[in-house]
Design a protein around this ligand. Structure first.
Ligand code: AMP
Length: 110
């Protein structure tokens, strides 16, 4: 079981800021910006690359949750929604998640 599955199952603590039947959102434990949240589907996919086409509606759901959280955390005028896919992109936890990052002027993407 990866750390996000353990958090979803309430076996490990996390600073949860949102939950519904499909996703949870938590504060990143090592934030890169004043606002750094992780939006995580409850269903396990290794990365975006592994989401089958019949399940892609989870991505629009995550986008909707990002809009809600960006408003709640007052970064709706400028934030980044990022998913790392694979080790070359810096993915460390192989359970799909999107970083919602904002609250400061962000640098270039790569
Ligand atoms: P990635 O590199 O895209 O796989 O991102 C993994 C993210 O998960 C990193 O930004 C970590 O800081 C974060 N992280 C790891 N463990 C935890 C945890 N227990 N609670 C919250 N965030 C975590």
């Amino acid at each position: 079981m990866n750390i996000f599955e353990e958090i979803i199952a309430n076996r490990k603590p996390a600073d949860k800021v949102y939950e519904d039947d499909k996703v949870i959102a938590i504060k990143d434990i090592y934030p890169h910006a004043p606002v750094h949240l992780l939006i995580i589907p409850k269903k396990q996919y290794k990365s975006l690359q592994e989401v089958p086409s019949e399940d892609l509606s989870i991505i629009s759901h995550i986008a909707k949750v990002a809009q809600i959280l960006a408003k709640e955390f007052q970064v709706e005028d400028g934030y980044r929604l990022i998913t790392n896919i694979g080790p070359d992109a810096g993915q460390a936890i192989f359970h799909l998640h999107f970083h919602l990052v904002g609250g400061k002027k962000l640098g270039s993407i790569a």
